[in-house]
Every structure is written in structure tokens, then in C-alpha cells.
Design a binder for this molecule. Structure first.
Ligand SMILES: [Zn+2]
Length: 291
């Protein structure tokens, strides 16, 4: 009995000794003043034009896309919006003064729906100067919300995005009209056809940042901030059911579908922005970010 006990003790010791040695070496490594703990960048290897990507830097350090500094939120999470016409791969780097970590994200091209319409009367192509002034003032209000310093909490991260309204997508992201040979600004959101009064659900958790009724083209507009510079913009609304500053959860009814402003019929226009870059909402729905 005692020899069996001794055997098992020896076996145990054989297991413990290497573990102990490992712990000792690790201890020595941590006590050695340099090298610093390496910076690691977690990022997808590739993305499509119009995508939103979420990355993470460990330990927390400033992150750059090219030379442009990105907002880094809690736990080192950051968001990059890829432009619709992003022409080349992007270089993302994390720098902590002593060391730098670099990664390249391959950008994959997409085909956009381009429609050419010729022989239109001039008034359909150019709005009058008074209208242009109002449109520009409205755009500045929206832009001001998108360029504010972002909240460091990525509220969208836990549960991702759902569609705010179930219905037929009547106009996709990225489509563009060329009227009398003149390219108009591309569609930077999606249109979902739905009857007036249909509830609009918040696609992700967040805070209501802008309640703007009566805009010239956009009608009644609402912006929900999902954190880290990611925002949903809803326009042509019939009614808005939240106030600026209200916290909202995913799936909460925040507005009702309408046709206010310049809309040919009732539908929800939903835009998703990452900073000032408008990305494709259909490519964020159902995605698991940061995994
Ligand atoms: Zn639209």
C-alpha cells in the first residue's frame, strides 16, 4: 500500500515538476524589463466595398488606417467603415510608441446597380437654389451628429443588427442614377417598402441622438447612435416615438414608417454610418462582429 502511494506521489511529482519549471520561466520572462508585450491586432483578412469591420487591439493602443487615427473604444474595440468606391486594400496599424503592429485588409470590389436616364427636363436634374440651401442645411445637421466624438461603448456588439422593418427591399445600397449624363449621389442606405404606420424597430441597442422633423428631402428623420461612431439614420418617417437622449434596446419600436419629405411612396430609408462612412445595412444584419 505504501509503495503504491509512493508510486503515485512520484507520478504526481513528475507532473508537477515540469509545470513548476514552466511557471518559473514565465515568471522570469515577465520580470525581464524588455521586450514589451507584443501589440496584437485582430481584424478580418478581407472585406467588401461598403462593409463595416470591427477590430480589436491588445493591449489598448492608438490605431490608424493609413495615417488616419481611429477611435478606439472600451477593451480596444474599433470600427472601420469601407467606402463604396474604396479603390485599394487598407493598411491598419497599432502603435504604442515603441512597437508597431500592421495588418492589411484586402478590399473586394462589388458591382453597383447603375441606371442611366437621358432626355429629362432640367428641373428634374437640378433643384432650384433656394431648395439647394435647405438641403445643404439639413445635411449639415446630420453631418454634425456623425462627426461628434463617439461613445466608447460599442452597444451594437453584443447582439449585432436586425432589420428595422420586415418588407421588400425596394432600393439597395450603392445604386446610382446618371441623369442626362450627370452622375447623382449614390444611394447610401436601403429602402424597405412597408405601409404607413408600420413600426420601425431599433436594429441594435443605442441612444437616440437626433430627432429632426420636417427636413426638406428627408422629412422626419431620426438618428440612433449604436456606439463607437456607428449610427442608424431613418428618414421619411410618419412619427418618431423617442426623444433625444433616450436609451433604446434592440427591437424597440422607435418610429413609424411614412412618406414625409421627398418620397414617392411609404417606405423606410435606413442608413448605417461608421463615422462619416455610410456602409451597406444589408451587410451588417445578422453578422457577428468582433469574434
Ligand atoms: Zn432611400
Amino acid at each position: 500500500m505504501s509503495s503504491a502511494f509512493n508510486r503515485s506521489m512520484r507520478r504526481g511529482f513528475h507532473l508537477i515538476l515540469p509545470l513548476f519549471t514552466c511557471a518559473w520561466i514565465l515568471c522570469l520572462l515577465t520580470l525581464t524589463p524588455s521586450p514589451a508585450w507584443p501589440l496584437t491586432l485582430e481584424l478580418p483578412a478581407a472585406a467588401y466595398q461598403g462593409d463595416m469591420i470591427v477590430g480589436r487591439v491588445r493591449p489598448e493602443a492608438p490605431v490608424f488606417v493609413g495615417e488616419q487615427r481611429q477611435a478606439v473604444g472600451r477593451d480596444g474595440v474599433f470600427v472601420i467603415g469601407i467606402e463604396r468606391m474604396q479603390p485599394a486594400d487598407i493598411t491598419v496599424s497599432a502603435r504604442d510608441g515603441k512597437t508597431e503592429s500592421r495588418k492589411i485588409v484586402r478590399i473586394l470590389a462589388r458591382q453597383w446597380d447603375i441606371q442611366r436616364i437621358d432626355g429629362l427636363a432640367r428641373r428634374y436634374v437640378h433643384p432650384d437654389p433656394e431648395q439647394v440651401k435647405r438641403i445643404e442645411a439639413d445635411n449639415r445637421r446630420i453631418e454634425a451628429v456623425r462627426t461628434k466624438p463617439p461613445s466608447p461603448d460599442p452597444w451594437f456588439l453584443d447582439r449585432g443588427f436586425i432589420l428595422p422593418v420586415r418588407g421588400r427591399v425596394s432600393s439597395v445600397y450603392g445604386s446610382q442614377r446618371i441623369l442626362n449624363g450627370e452622375p447623382k449621389s449614390p444611394h447610401r442606405g436601403i429602402d424597405i417598402a412597408a405601409p404607413e404606420g408600420t413600426p420601425v424597430k431599433s436594429p441594435a441597442a443605442g441612444v437616440a441622438r437626433l430627432v429632426a422633423p420636417g427636413l426638406f428631402l428627408m422629412g422626419n428623420a431620426l438618428i440612433i447612435d449604436h456606439g463607437l461612431g456607428v449610427q442608424s439614420t431613418f428618414i421619411h418617417l410618419q412619427r418618431i416615438l423617442v426623444k433625444e437622449g433616450d436609451r433604446v434596446v434592440q427591437g424597440q419600436t422607435v418610429a413609424r414608417v411614412g412618406k414625409t419629405g421627398r418620397a414617392s411612396g411609404p417606405h423606410l430609408h435606413w442608413g448605417v454610418s461608421a463615422g462619416t462612412v455610410l456602409v451597406d445595412p444589408q451587410r451588417v444584419v445578422g453578422r457577428r462582429f468582433g469574434e
